[in-house]
Write a protein of this length. Structure first.
Length: 420
């Protein structure tokens, strides 16, 4: 998804750029790259660019017909807008008409992020009740995973490889009841291409083989006796006729991929924010009551989810513009989270905020199903760390990566000093 935006959107750099154009629109032909992911400085800190967008082009129209929303109030409104949907447009490889041809389109048709209306509501209702019940039952086990992850850490560590990724993988497999399987990482990587414009037929072929392989594996798991975790709940729901086998298998991949690749990144981003604001770490260490606000602030300040996409379901006028059927609209959640109209001193990482709700999980009918799980996980990590760690520092600058509406730390080394 990022790639597509990078190819097509541009933004003028001059403060007077909007002059002569309707409110909220910039001249599409002008300017610099809107999402210059090839620039290390943008990857490390995209927020000044988002700030310019909010000021100059809150509803930006690209020359190729995409729309980009940058302000909190607009993003919030768009998240609930009935004329903006999640189903892939007819131009997409994932469009329902291709479900018989491509496993990727077939899988997309079975999972929540690409559904709309009553079909989405019914499936979400069924999955959410199974998932949330399982999270509640499983939650006490989380602490063992966190303790194990921390016990393995030395005074210096690489946050993703040594800590966040193994923790997220172990915890998610245990919650879902999945056995250890080396191919899960590849399946999950390929799954995330569903959220981007798949760049070539060859890659689509690879993704299709991966997804088919996962489906075979998932099907064999569903047949096994002695299943655990959510897998066991899915077996019961299939027998009761409240879930189909295809939806159960494809949803397992969705939950595994989100449960690992959002969680490890979310944890790494949080530690990064604290390392750069040592006084906030000391505040947290001094006051346990700040744990929950800290989780919220980490999510607001630097979320792995930079934006979500919607498709215009039918022509309609909005904010003085005509949005046309099948156009894409990108909702910049990460920009909304730094909107100065919504948050005081938005570029400061402050645990003691008195107002404002982040949009990192979206909001409304498609809001993140695993948001509360991530909050539990991050809270458990911070609670354990504050007991053990006196100072938390970066010992090398973070390397950042971006794809599929996400931006994440690929690697960063931290140094900690333990409490006496
Ligand atoms: C830092 C952690 C996470 C972030 C920032 C995050 C963010 C998001 C966002 C932005 C959406 C889309 C909202 C929209 O389109 O309106 C979403 C949807 C979703 N997330 Fe998460 N997520 C996180 C963790 C998780 C976890 C741990 C799980 C489950 C294991 C999960 C499962 C899902 C599912 C199933 C959906 C689709 C919901 C639907 O379309 O109805 N997420 N998430």
């Amino acid at each position: 998804m990022f790639k597509r935006v990078r190819e097509h959107l541009s933004l003028q750099s001059s403060p007077a750029a909007g002059a002569g154009h309707p409110a909220g629109l910039l001249a599409p032909e002008a300017g610099c790259n809107l999402f210059p992911f090839e620039e290390a400085s943008f990857l490390a800190d995209p927020y000044p660019h988002y700030q310019r967008l909010r000021a100059q082009a809150p509803l930006y129209r690209s020359p190729h017909g995409y729309w980009v929303l940058a302000r909190y109030a607009d993003v919030l409104e768009a998240l609930g807008h009935e004329r903006l949907g999640n189903r892939p447009s007819r131009f997409s490889t994932l469009h329902g008409s291709k479900a018989g041809r491509y496993p990727c389109a077939n899988l997309a048709a079975n999972i929540l992020p690409f559904m709309d209306g009553p079909e989405h509501r019914a499936q979400r209702g069924a999955l959410a009740s199974l998932f949330q019940r399982r999270v509640r039952a499983w939650a006490p086990q989380l602490f063992a995973f966190v303790a194990e992850g921390l016990a393995a850490l030395g005074e210096e560590f690489e946050v993703m490889g040594d800590f966040a990724t193994p923790l997220a993988r172990g915890a998610t497999r245990s919650l879902l009841g999945l056995p250890d399987e080396a191919r899960l990482a590849r399946w999950s990587d390929h799954f995330f291409y569903l959220f981007t414009k798949i760049p070539s037929a060859d890659l689509r072929g690879e993704i299709d083989s991966s997804l088919s392989e996962f489906r075979q594996w998932g099907q064999s798991l569903l047949l096994e006796s002695g299943a655990r975790g959510l897998l066991r709940d899915f077996q019961g729901a299939i027998q009761a006729g409240t879930l189909t086998e295809a939806v159960a298998i494809d949803s397992l991949l969705l939950l595994y991929a989100d449960g690992v690749q959002n969680v490890d990144t979310g944890i790494a981003n949080a530690l990064h924010a604290f390392a750069r604001a040592p006084e906030q770490w000391q505040l947290l260490c001094a006051d346990e009551q700040l744990l929950r606000p800290a989780v919220e602030e980490c999510l607001r300040f630097d979320s792995p989810a930079q934006f979500v996409a919607r498709t215009v379901l039918e022509d309609f006028e909005w904010k003085g513009q005509l949005l046309k059927k099948d156009q894409s609209v990108f909702l910049l959640l990460a920009s909304a989270n730094r909107d100065e109209e919504q948050f005081e001193a938005p570029d400061e990482f402050r645990l003691e905020r008195t107002r404002g709700m982040h949009l990192s999980f979206g909001k409304g009918r498609h809001a993140c199903l695993g948001g509360n799980l991530f909050e539990l996980e991050l809270e458990a990590v911070l609670a354990a760390l504050r007991k053990r760690v006196f100072t938390l520092q970066l010992s090398s600058p973070a390397c950042w990566q971006a794809r599929s509406g996400h931006r994440w730390i690929e690697s960063a080394r931290f140094r900690i000093t333990s409490r006496g």
